[in-house]
Ligand binder design. Structure first.
Ligand code: G3I
Length: 467
């Protein structure tokens, strides 16, 4: 298997010149770039955003997109349900529209995503075994072939590992077709488009000490050892109080890079505001700039109001399209390559054959000593026929060792997906319990989990029980 198209070779050459590790020194530019894409390009990188195709007709949205970004990812339009709504009948209209918008403006396109447990069309959700494996491989082959030469990098497989300690694979219909489903997807993508960069993409893989990060690391290491065609690892990097930016983020980036893959920050958003949010954005950019194989950053939306977590105001532009302090921090970090504040841990310089640190056996948060009492509140991002609910769990005066949140879903509402919690039930009275790393909450502190549903989520009043 040789994944060596002309473009891949060029990129490798550039990376080789930069040296496969860390620490790059930049010559100061004569005049500082004034947009994110132009500035990133001066660093040999891209700066992208997720795009919702139906917003391209929104002038304010399109103006910022066209001015600032040199890479796009379809927020939803290249997912399995969007591209193959009926088996073997492909609908490329919206995705093609985005690709054409991007390519006519010299933006590159990241493809998201070929194989995923979520956003499967109904016909695929109901499949299993050999039939599902074949259908998945057919989807990968058809879609990668359709976009051959137009998509620079594909998230071939998305979110295949479970949350929590242990580093297990996520249970799904795809996983139940056999543990080799991920490499089978990569081989099919490689056959269909030998020149596209093929990425594994996931969330909660930013903190180097978390078991999920280590498990993905070991899979990539194994793929490289056995010649499974993988070129890159995508870190989604959705940061908030429950899943904060870790001080060892640069270690995570450089450790994956040392395996011989590119690293891309694929869905960046950071909940917060003002200087605190700006500083975290600055740190993320500086961490990427410090790792030669961190080839680009994509933010998951343009304005705060475009975000899947709009209530957390996690993006670089406010709802009116004004640049936020976070924008200024990102642009100046790209232009200057400044040292992050606070300093991050020193990245390893070697090419480790085993993970440089031992995954923790205890959760990363400080145990508060246990006790009863917690509250939960929910914020909703709704549309006709569906919603994303973000639930904030706040510990009472004694802190928690674990928690359980009960929600009565309105009639007709169904949970389709959840994160940072273990869900039980999909309609009526449903319960979400902490996963291993977020059960312990110090007194007065909070964590967040979320779930997506169909129907209306309006009027949910969560109740919280602590242990
Ligand atoms: O807008 C349509 C509406 O017209 C239609 O009636 C309705 C019917 O279901 O769907 C609406 O679209 C919804 C869309 O969000 C609106 O923004 C989709 O159903 C809904 O599924 C979709 O949620 C997306 C979610 O992935 C799906 O899993 C979010 O936009 C998108 O930001 C989010 O992105 C994911 C990445 O792919 C993977 N990593 C996590 C990230 C955040 O959840």
């Amino acid at each position: 298997m040789a994944r060596r198209g002309p473009r891949a070779a060029l990129v490798s050459l550039a990376v080789g010149v930069l040296a496969a590790g860390v620490a790059i020194t930049f010559a100061p530019s004569a005049s500082a770039a004034t947009t994110l894409g132009a500035s990133a390009a001066e660093r040999g990188r891209y700066f992208g955003t997720a795009v919702a195709v139906n917003k391209l007709s929104d002038t304010a949205y399109a103006t910022i997109l066209n001015r600032e970004f040199n890479s796009v990812t379809a927020e939803n339009e290249m997912k399995i349900d969007a591209l193959e709504p009926s088996q073997n009948q492909f609908n490329y209209a919206n995705a093609d529209r985005l690709v054409s918008h991007a390519r006519s403006r010299n933006m590159q396109v990241r493809g998201h995503t070929l194989a995923w447990h979520s956003q499967q069309p109904g016909w695929m959700q109901n499949m299993s075994g050999t039939a599902l494996r074949s259908a998945m491989l057919n989807h990968v082959t058809q879609v990668a072939t359709h976009f051959r030469g137009q998509v620079v990098a594909w998230d071939v497989v998305n979110e295949a590992f479970a949350d929590g300690n242990g580093g297990a694979r996520r249970d799904s219909n795809l996983q139940r077709t056999g543990n080799d489903w991920i490499e089978a997807a990569f081989r099919a993508a490689d056959a269909a488009d030998p020149n596209a960069k093929l990425c594994y993409n996931d969330y909660n893989t930013d903190n180097w000490t978390w078991d999920k990060t280590q498990a993905v690391y070991r899979m990539v290491q194994d793929f490289k050892t056995r010649g499974v065609p993988i070129d890159c690892v995508g870190l989604q990097s959705h940061f908030n109080s429950g899943s904060p930016y870790p001080s060892n983020y640069r270690t995570t980036l450089s450790s994956f890079a040392a395996l011989g893959v590119d690293v891309q920050i694929t869905e960046l958003d950071i909940e917060g505001s003002g200087t605190t949010q700006a500083n975290t954005y600055r740190n993320v950019v500086n961490d990427c700039l410090a790792v030669a194989r961190c080839t680009g950053i994509t933010v998951w939306g343009i304005r705060d109001t475009d975000s899947w977590r709009a209530s957390g105001t996690p993006l670089l532009f406010d709802g009116s399209g004004n640049k936020k302090p976070a924008y200024d921090a990102v642009l100046s970090a790209l232009n200057n390559g400044t040292t992050p504040t606070p300093p991050t841990t020193t990245p390893p310089t070697g090419n480790p054959t085993t993970p440089p640190t031992t995954p923790p056996t205890t959760p990363p948060t400080t145990p508060p000593g246990g006790g009863a009492g917690c509250t939960a509140s929910v914020s909703l991002n709704s549309w006709t026929g569906g919603f994303v609910a973000t639930v904030r769990v706040t510990a009472g005066s004694s802190g928690t060792n674990g928690w359980s949140v009960g929600v009565n879903l309105p009639s007709g509402a169904t949970v389709t997906n959840s994160w940072n919690a273990q869900g039980s039930g999909t309609s009526g009275a449903v319960t979400f319990t902490n996963v291993a790393y977020n059960g312990r909450i110090a007194a007065g502190q909070s964590t967040e989990f979320g779930f997506q549903g169909s129907g209306s989520g309006t009027g949910m009043t969560p109740s919280c029980t602590a242990s």
